[in-house]
Structures are given as structure tokens and as C-alpha cells.
Design a protein around this ligand. Structure first.
Ligand code: CO
Length: 480
């Protein structure tokens, strides 16, 4: 049967639309807008189950909040992959760590007619004036933010091509530009850093950075003037790539190997002219998520949720997560790296003794700038074998952490929403979807971000599977 939290890794078939959720406590009147979250919610077709949490079929969840009331709806993302799997009642498209069972003929066919997944389960964003669900293949799916109905694929114009990208684009509010990169896999691969200006769908190339062994990078950092790629030593083996089959012949992540000898390399790219201004080495580590970064004199300060190695990826396999006695999760440490632009030694310090994952900040006002507060999911010390069971707020200047937890409860990514006319960086609320494993239902938790204490919650009559990322839209905003 496994641990109680494993209900968060089980398929949810119900799709609901509810006008008003029961509220406990108080949701502030000023909070007005819509939280849309993305994450996997279906983990099997026919008699096959996906291998990892990361592979499940995308579901969008929508909480619309006005006048202290909350409405809710949830709906599967109607991707081509989802349609095909449903029609055949089988896993017919490869995901991050699950490969379809294919005949030799199908394997050869797929090399010429690649069928990359469009199961965009990772994040949502507003790109080219459209709301889209995103994953790491280059096919975001537009949806209607009012109904969360899936619309068409978002096609990019411009000549920037690549197979892999991130579901964590960065938005530069001063320049009204969206940044991301894509990895163009070839004999000599390149990271292609690009931007989209204003509401344009045109990818404009900023830099093409060669990579003999491209790294798996789930996100990147951005400051006022620089993009930083942290090349972790989780790398594609070029010999496999040269065989041409590898990307499609096995689950995506199995193409990557942990090669710690080379360490982690930071590549600092100037947003203005595309020049690589520094390449800096650090001892090996791995991360999914950057927290924030900013410039300080002739150096960059880069905050990241760091693991000692990439074994966290194998910890996310469903067999392990839903097993009786899973080992403790790898500890994701809040590290602050200092990157001198003159290319001298990097160093890091640890800013919290609490673990942090799915980190968020007051993005609208402090991304790329000196800041004081980060929020994330975490786990209670001395709860080995448990899933992330608390929220953490880190004061990065004072290196002091506060936590929120509740018995049998498993909170998701904490999204910060600033109060109107906010008087300080943490003047606002934190929104997090929490699974109460004992009650087998979820709720939208509203915390006062300043005191990190509960203001209220809206109860959902479902046990919602654990999600990845979401955004709060006050739909008039140009972004985020
Ligand atoms: Co992510």
C-alpha cells in the first residue's frame, strides 16, 4: 500500500468545476486573480504505468479568488500525446523516463518522424500574449485561462531550433523581454539562448554556446545584464548521440550520465551582445531550480537549490515513492554561489539549514535584483522516508528560516502574491495547494507571507496529485 502520501502520486480521474469552495479562516479581500497550476495527474494507460512522477499526463488546476471566495476547476491538458494514449489505451509516446514498447520497425520509423511528447505538465507562462502550458520539448500548448480548455500548439517564428528547452523562461520586466534557451543536439551541440520581445512569437538568437557534452539543465539564472547557465555534470554522451537513435530509442533521461570529474561549470552570457564573459568551474553538484541571482560589483551572486549529485532523479520513480519503505530524499541545500566575472575562484555558502525545493520569490519586483526572501517546499528534519511535508521561508540576508507544517499535510510549490501597494518585499500572501493525506483531500492554503502563518484555506473535495509549478494571474498584468 505504501506511505499515506502516496495518494499524491495516484491518478485523478475526476474533472470538476465548482463555483465556490468551503473556506476555513479568512482569505483577504484584496486578493483578486487566478492561480493556475500544472502537474501530472494520470500515471498509467492500459496495463502500463509510467516510471516516474515526472512522466504523468498534465492536468491544469484553476483557483479563481475574488472577495474572499474561491472557485475551482481542473482539467486534463488535451495534448496530442494524451489523445493518442487515450485512444490506444497505451503509453504510445516517450516521456522523461518512460519509453513506449515499440517494434524494431516503429523504432526506425520514429527516427525519421520523431514523435516528441507535447505532454506539457511542468509550468505555465504567458508567452507571445498567450497563456501556455510548457514542458522541455519545444511545443507549448495554449489554453484559455477562463475555462482551462486546451487550444492549439504555440508555434515560434525565427530560425532558432533545438530539441530541448526549459519550462522556466525568465521575464525581464524592464526590457519587456522573455528569455530561454534550447539545446540543439548535433555532433557539436549548442545551447541557443534566445529572447522574445514584447508579445512577439519570434525567437531572436542572443548566443550560440558550443557544448561537446550538453548538460541537463531544468532552469537557468538571469540578472539585469546576464544569463547564467549552470552546466551540471549530468551529460549526454555524444557517442550515443552519434548513433542517432539514442534520443528516441530509450527514455529521455537515460541518455544522460553523471560525470562528476568535470565539475559544474557556470557560463555567464551577456544579454546585450551574446558574449560569454566568464566560464567558471565549481565542484560537481546538481539542481533543478535556480532561486535568484543578481550583480554585485564585478561578481554575480547566484542562489540555487543544490543537490550533491543527481540521484534525486532516481528518487522520483513511482515504484520507490509508492513503496513501503522509501529511503530519505536527497537534501536540496540553499546555496549562494559567488561568481567573479574575472574568472577567478567560485565559492558558495549555505543560507539555510532547512531543505528547499520548488523555490519562489517576489518575482515581479526582485527577480535579478538583491532581495531578502525566498520560499519553497521542504521537509521536517527527522522525518526520513517522508515526502516534502513543510513550507520554508528563508531570510537570505539574516540566514534565518521559518517553517509552516501541519500533521499529515504535504504542501506544493508556494506562490508569492504581493499585496496591492505593498510596503515591503514580503508584504503579501503565499498560495500553496496542500494534500491532507489522512483526510484524502486537498486545500488551497493562504499564508501571510510576512509572518508565515495561516490566514485561511479553501477545501477541495479531491485528493489532488502533487503538482510542479503554477502562476498567479491578475489577468490584466502583462506577465506573471
Ligand atoms: Co521546475
Amino acid at each position: 500500500m505504501g506511505k499515506e502520501y502516496s495518494i499524491g502520486f495516484q491518478t485523478l480521474n475526476d474533472e470538476l468545476s465548482l463555483e465556490s469552495l468551503p473556506i476555513e479562516g479568512n482569505i483577504p479581500d484584496w486578493l483578486s486573480g487566478t492561480l493556475i497550476r500544472n502537474g501530472p495527474a494520470k500515471f498509467e494507460f492500459g496495463d502500463r504505468r509510467y516510471n516516474t512522477w515526472l512522466d504523468g499526463m498534465a492536468m491544469l488546476n484553476r483557483f479563481s479568488i475574488h472577495d474572499g471566495k474561491v472557485s475551482f476547476s481542473n482539467k486534463y491538458l488535451d495534448s496530442k500525446t494524451f489523445k493518442k494514449n487515450r485512444k490506444t489505451d497505451s503509453i504510445s509516446v516517450a516521456e522523461f523516463a518512460t519509453d513506449p514498447c515499440r517494434t524494431i520497425f516503429q523504432r526506425v520509423y520514429s527516427v525519421f518522424f520523431p514523435d516528441f511528447t507535447d505532454n506539457a505538465s511542468v509550468n505555465i507562462a504567458k508567452i507571445a500574449n498567450k497563456f501556455v502550458a510548457m514542458t522541455e520539448t519545444s511545443v507549448p500548448i495554449e489554453f484559455d485561462p477562463e475555462t482551462i480548455e486546451s487550444l492549439s500548439h504555440l508555434n515560434f517564428s525565427g530560425s532558432v531550433k533545438g530539441e530541448l528547452t526549459t519550462a522556466h523562461p525568465q521575464y525581464d520586466f524592464d526590457r519587456d523581454e522573455t528569455y530561454n534557451y534550447t539545446t540543439d543536439m548535433s555532433v557539436i551541440s549548442h545551447y541557443k539562448v534566445f529572447k522574445l520581445s514584447g508579445n512577439s512569437n519570434k525567437r531572436e538568437l542572443i548566443a550560440s554556446v558550443p557544448a561537446l557534452k550538453p548538460s541537463y539543465m531544468h532552469s537557468f539564472a538571469m540578472t539585469e545584464n546576464y544569463i547564467v547557465l549552470a552546466e551540471f555534470p549530468l551529460k549526454v554522451c555524444p557517442s550515443q548521440l552519434l548513433l542517432g537513435f539514442s534520443l528516441l530509442d530509450r527514455p529521455f533521461i537515460d541518455n544522460f550520465k553523471w560525470l562528476p570529474e568535470g565539475g559544474t561549470q557556470f557560463q555567464v552570457i551577456d544579454k546585450r551582445d551574446g558574449n560569454v564573459v566568464a566560464k567558471l568551474k565549481a565542484p560537481p553538484f546538481y539542481a533543478f531550480h535556480h532561486i535568484n541571482a543578481f550583480e554585485r560589483g564585478e561578481e554575480i551572486v547566484l542562489d540555487i537549490a543544490a543537490f550533491d549529485d543527481a540521484s534525486v532523479i532516481s528518487e522520483l520513480y513511482l515504484d520507490r515513492l509508492c513503496g513501503d519503505q522509501p529511503d530519505a530524499l536527497s537534501f536540496s541545500q540553499f546555496r549562494r554561489y559567488t561568481l567573479p566575472l574575472d574568472g577567478s575562484e567560485t565559492s558558495f555558502e549555505v543560507l539555510s539549514d532547512e531543505a528547499i525545493e520548488l523555490p519562489r520569490i517576489n518575482y515581479r519586483h526582485f527577480n535579478g535584483k538583491p532581495y531578502s526572501f525566498a520560499y519553497g517546499i521542504s521537509f521536517i528534519k527527522d522525518s526520513p522516508g517522508d515526502w516534502y511535508n513543510q513550507l520554508v521561508k528563508v531570510n537570505v540576508e539574516e540566514k534565518v528560516s521559518s517553517v509552516w507544517n501541519a500533521e499529515n499535510c504535504y504542501p506544493g510549490e508556494p506562490v508569492f502574491v504581493p499585496a496591492p501597494e505593498a510596503s515591503s518585499e514580503d508584504d503579501g500572501v503565499i498560495l500553496s495547494v496542500v494534500l491532507d493525506a489522512k483526510k484524502r483531500s486537498s486545500y488551497l492554503l493562504v499564508l501571510d507571507a510576512k509572518t508565515f502563518t495561516e490566514m485561511g484555506r479553501a477545501i477541495v473535495p479531491l485528493a489532488m496529485p502533487f503538482g510542479f509549478h503554477g502562476q498567479f494571474l491578475s489577468l490584466l498584468d502583462s506577465n506573471n
